[in-house]
Structure formats: C-alpha cells, structure tokens
Design a protein around this ligand. Structure first.
Ligand code: S3P
Length: 444
C-alpha cells in the first residue's frame, strides 16, 4: 500500500504556518552530540524519518538518546572514542545525509559496520565520499557501481589531507571534516562554491572550531567536543513549498516563523525575489549558532528569469518547488549548472519535467537544468513522484494554480523531511486529501 495525494484546484494560502525543524541540522545534532562529552539538549529536532534514522544508528552504537517531548532530544554523549560496534547492518532508509556523513565518522572508529539504504538511496553515488576518505586511509567497500551498501572497515589510523572537492557538496565536505576530527594532523577541504556550513557552525558551538586557511576549511584531529544546547530553526527547504505556494496564488498571505536563513541556504529567497515575489524577512535574529527570521509572503505576479548559476548550490534542494514557481511565472525561466539534481532522491530534472508536462506545461529538460515557458493556464493529472518527498510536495502546491485536480502517487517519503505536511497544508488552505492504494512494480 502506498500513499497518494489528491489536491483540488485553486485556492489561496493564509495564516501562520509552522514548519518542522531543519533536517541537515537535526542530523548533525545527533552525530556531533553523540561523540561529544556530556549532554546535548536539542530543541526543535525534526522528527522525520531521515533524522530518526540517524538517531537509530547512534542508539545501535550504544549512545543513550532520550526523546522527552515533541521536538526534544537529549543525547548523552559518549565522547569521541565511546561508540560501540553495532550488532547488525544499519539501515538509513532514504537518507543520503546519514549515509555520506556517517561514512566519514565511522571510517575512524575501531570496528567494522555496514550501512544500507532503501531503493532510491541504493542507486546514489557514494564514491564522492569513499574516494577522498580512502586518501585519508579509510577502508570502505561499496557495491560495484560505487553505490550502497557501504562496508566500513573502521580503524583508528586516518591521516589528514588537503582536498579540492570536484563537486559543491556539503555532504562530502562534512564527511571529510567528521573523519578529520579523528585524523592525524589537519584535514583541509576546499569547495568549488559555498555549500551549507551547518557542520562548521555546530563544531564551533561544541568547542572544536574549524579554521579558514587560504580558502580551505580546516579541522584539527584529536577532537574533544563538549555537549551543548542546540536550537534547530525551521527548515527553509520545507518552508519552500509554502513560499512558492503563497507566491503563485494571488491573494495569499502567510507567515512562516523562525525559518533558518543561513546565507548558504537562502538561494530560494533570492531566486523568488528575482522572479518578483513579495517576501519579507521579519525579526532577523540568531537562534543557537544559526540566523533565523519570520518570513512573510504575499501572492502576486511572478516573472520568468535566468537563474544565476552562483545561486544553484544555495538552493539545491528547492528546485522542485522553484520549477513550479517558474511554471506560474510570466515568460521563460532557464536553469543551468544544476546537474547535481540528477543524483538526488530521484532524477529531479527528468521527474519534474515529466510531471510538468503531464499538467500541460512546456518544460524542456537539459543535461544540467530546465527551460520552462511559464505563465500559461495548466490543467491537472496524475503525477509520479518516484518516491521523492520534494517532488510530491512541489506538485501538491502546484494545484493552487491548476485548472483541474492533481493526483500524486508514491508519497510515503514525505515523512522523511516533513511529517504532518498534509494537515499543515490543509490548515493553510490547500485542498489536499490523502489515501492509500496498492502499488504494482513501483506504479499504482
Ligand atoms: C545536505 C547537503 C545537500 C542536500 C541534502 C542535505 C546536508 O546534498 O541536497 O539534502 O545536510 O549536508 P549535497 O551535499 O549532495 O549537495
């Protein structure tokens, strides 16, 4: 049985919409809290399947982690050398962040373990982390295509390296920094373009800061982290569906409280503003080590743009939602330089183009992006999400501008990043209902 959404066409979004905690920060709070000394108290933790998969991994390695209430997690850190060998294979489900970051952390532990994932994760490339980790002395086996499962033959003799990352990836950077906490000497990483820096900020909070040297982000080995309180902002990647929904539906007016506006994540705001969206950042402040604001968005006319290529890594998870904005914007929108979208939870260029065309929208996929002719009325239809949470939620908000009902199949994975999406969206004004239906070979 699989979850299906049906959304009636039209409507507006209004009111205050509470967005769940940031997924990237929630993962890191569990990982770094576990290897810190003393207690780490997390507030606003994302209780989605991905972050819970990370939590289960550390419990399997002997860390006591309590969940005293909604959004609250208490991690009783075991120190850098306190993790225990897990009894069995650790399945991280759909979570690429868990698998890639853990590859770095576990390569430095004195035991062997295996990380596996679901069908989607089992197709995703892992050499981008295993190859530089091998240069540090790590021994990690992948499946023949460089995909999961990962068998990590951990040992305590990693050495620091200086590494120029070929792709702008926060997961690769973080995997190397986590391994670097244990390596002999310094581990220094240079990114071709800035990517999310939550690992660096949290290391700072826990008392083992990274250093920027000649364009390289460096961490010293032999780390000792101290547990601390961590406040998790609302996830701008989850807020994106409501930013876009409100922006495309004239008459909408929403307030999204305490959303993370870390400058390495705000490409979606910049791109929507370039398209003419009415977005205000209210009460900007710091929450823990991360900047947040209340975001107010009002619906109005959008225009198509050429998306500046330097904004791509800063909005990498928001393109499914941004393609919907582009479909509703007057004129042409062109995205280039985003080939990474092809190796996310699904091939987000192809899957989004297929779905947009199902609705009657003129969308041309290219090897590294998409060209969308927007602003024309479009219909409804049945969309395949391919089990990708962000594809499902993007087409859900597209219904605000559709002429007919939109059905979306294979929506179970929405819970990986946005538990409660359906009730949140319904309260905000979306005519969304869900049902369960049988699946045959990946299709309904
Ligand atoms: C993430 C980094 C990004 C992003 C993913 C979360 C992270 O992946 O797409 O959803 O938490 O570090 P890449 O590093 O592969 O770009």
């Amino acid at each position: 049985m699989s979850r299906t959404f049906s959304i009636s066409p039209g409507g507006t979004l209004s009111g205050t919409i509470s967005i769940p905690g940031d997924k990237s920060i929630s993962h890191r709070a569990i990982m770094l809290g576990s290897i810190a000394e003393g207690m780490t108290d997390v507030y606003g933790f994302l209780e989605g399947e991905d972050a819970l998969a990370t939590l289960a991994v550390f419990r399997a390695m002997g860390v006591r982690i309590e969940r005293p209430g909604p959004g609250r997690v208490t991690v009783h850190g075991v120190g850098a050398h306190g993790l225990k060998a897990p009894a069995e294979t650790m399945d991280v489900g759909n979570s690429g962040t868990s698998m890639r970051l853990l590859a770095g952390l576990l390569a430095a532990q004195p035991f062997e373990c295996v990380l596996s994932g679901d069908e989607s994760l089992s197709r995703r490339p892992m050499r981008r982390v295993t190859e530089p980790l091998a240069q540090m002395g790590a021994r990690i086996d992948t499946a023949p295509g460089g995909t999961p499962p990962l068998t990590i033959h951990g040992h305590g003799a990693l050495r620091g390296i200086r590494y120029d990352m070929p792709v702008a990836s926060a997961q690769v950077k973080s995997a190397l920094l986590l391994a670097g906490l244990y390596a002999a000497g310094d581990t220094c990483v240079r990114e071709p373009a800035p990517t999310r820096d939550h690992t660096e900020r949290m290391l700072d909070t826990l008392g083992w800061p990274t250093e920027l040297r000649d364009g390289y982000i460096c961490v010293r080995g032999g780390a000792r982290l101290r547990g601390a309180r961590i406040d998790v902002p609302a996830d701008i990647s989850s807020a994106a569906f409501f930013l876009v929904g409100a922006a495309i539906a004239e008459g909408s007016d929403v307030l999204l409280p305490s959303v993370g506006i870390n400058p390495t994540r705000t490409g979606v705001l910049d791109i929507l503003k370039l398209m003419g969206a009415d977005i205000e950042l209210l009460d900007q402040r710091m929450l823990g080590g991360e900047p947040v604001a209340d975001l107010r968005v009002r619906g109005g006319g959008l225009r198509g743009i050429e998306i500046p290529v330097e904004l791509v890594p800063l909005a990498i998870d928001e393109f499914p939602a941004l393609f919907i904005a582009a479909a509703c914007a007057e004129g042409r929108t062109v995205l280039r330089g985003a080939e990474e979208l092809r190796v996310k939870e699904s091939d987000r260029i192809q899957v989004m183009a297929d779905g947009l065309r199902t609705l009657g929208i003129d969308a041309q996929p290219t090897p590294d992006g998409m060209i969308i002719e927007g602003g024309r009325a479009f219909g409804g239809g049945s969309i395949e999400s391919h089990g990708d949470h962000r594809i499902a939620m993007s087409f859900a908000v597209a219904a605000l501008r559709a002429g007919e009902e939109i059905g979306i199949r294979d929506c179970d994975n929405v819970d990986t990043s946005f538990p409660g999406f359906v009730s949140t969206a319904r309260t905000a004004g979306l005519g969304i209902a869900e049902s369960r239906s049988a699946m045959t070979s990946g299709k309904m």
